[in-house]
Design a protein around this ligand. Structure first.
Ligand code: SF4
Length: 351
């Protein structure tokens, strides 16, 4: 467990969940109730210095003075033809991660990163080929939203944890960031509007269920047999499909929510009728939605998703009573896939 800073230490005030802030205030002879005003100042009014927080006494402002309110700098911003915006965020330690702002009919969705690199090694992902430089702290995760909202002058009400990193490999900080994002005095984003996506870290899924994290769960499935999945996603060698499905079932039973399974259609590999049949059998006991993802030739390194096979695949799932939608990967023209922009950044830095 992390130790929280003493008052004279320079540290980020965004690091604190409201409960932690209440404890800090009590430990420093102040009223816990001031945590609400501090949160509103930070996340509603977006003050840039603790001095500007309204509704708290001067003596408390003095105690808070050593704290910093750092936000990541936006080092790169690329706008796609489809409106998707991709960012490279740079932190005080010089490390960089990516974020993506997507526009759908119902508003903006921000995709945030959780680690400076990723240890999961999925063979289709640019992030797995870059050096891993550690976890993001909760304030670095939250800072991505603050930086984008300020830059674009928008209010973001939907979040997905699908950027660089495996969220459940950084579970403590991800959980704390969720507590901050959903706090009613903070950003106040609804738990139903936040999805945490995992490649299949079973203990993390069980922890989410046990602790009832304020979010939805998405699982990157992509393959329906252990051999292919283990080859493409090493996480499957540790927790195979049977263990993953059991954890997903437990999750839905404990939380009463459904799971979103992500399934990228790769021609001739996982898009055949037999694959759809296996997928139907695999998820039959799990309340879920299947999100079929079309790949372009660039991502696939081959012919891209076969549209006819995709239509057939989806129809087969729907006939079996599953809710299946299909979406295209957005931002193709701006290195939209996770890790590509960070890869260019690292290359530039090491030239
Ligand atoms: S797909 Fe996700 S979990 Fe897999 S290597 Fe990339 S960032 Fe990590």
């Amino acid at each position: 467990m992390k130790a929280y800073p003493i008052p004279n230490e320079k540290t980020s005030l965004y690091e604190y969940t409201k409960e932690e802030l209440r404890s800090w205030l009590l430990a420093h002879d102040d009223k816990a109730a001031h945590a609400e005003a501090i949160y509103e100042g930070l996340y509603r009014l977006r003050v840039r210095s603790t001095d500007e927080i309204p509704g708290i006494p001067l003596r408390l402002k003095e105690k808070l003075a050593p704290f910093l309110l750092p936000r990541p700098a936006i080092a790169t911003r690329r706008v796609s033809k489809d409106g998707t915006i991709k960012y490279l965020f740079r932190f005080l330690d010089g490390q960089a991660v990516e974020g993506v702002l997507l526009h759908y009919e119902h508003g903006h969705i921000l995709c945030v990163s959780t680690q400076k690199g990723c240890r999961m090694g999925c063979d289709f992902c640019a992030s797995s080929r870059l050096p891993y430089a550690g976890n993001l702290s909760a304030d670095e995760i939250v800072g991505q939203l603050l930086a984008v909202e300020e830059k674009e002058n928008v209010s973001i009400r939907n979040l997905v944890y699908m950027g660089i990193g495996e969220p459940l490999d950084n579970a403590d900080e991800v959980k704390r960031s969720l507590q901050i994002f959903t706090d009613q005095h903070g950003p106040g984003i609804g738990a139903r509007h936040i999805s945490v996506s995992t490649c299949g870290v079973v203990p993390g899924i069980l922890r989410m269920a046990e602790e009832n994290w304020p979010c939805r769960l998405a699982v990157s499935l992509h393959h329906v047999d252990d051999q292919k999945r283990s080859q493409s996603m090493p996480v499957n060698r540790k927790w195979n499909l049977s263990a993953l499905m059991q954890a997903c079932k437990t999750y839905t039973e404990k939380t009463g929510t459904i799971i979103l399974f992500e399934y990228a259609l790769i021609p001739g590999v996982n898009d055949r009728p037999a694959d759809a049949t296996r997928l139907i059998a695999l998820v039959k006991d799990i309340p879920c939605r299947i999100n079929l993802i079309g790949l372009n030739p660039l991502q696939q390194g081959g012919p891209g998703t076969d549209e006819e096979a995709a239509t057939r695949f989806r129809a087969q799932l729907q006939q079996a009573g599953l809710f299946a939608s299909k979406r295209k990967a957005l931002g193709q023209d701006i290195d939209g896939a996770c890790g590509q922009l960070r890869g260019q950044f690292i290359q530039e830095e090491t030239k």
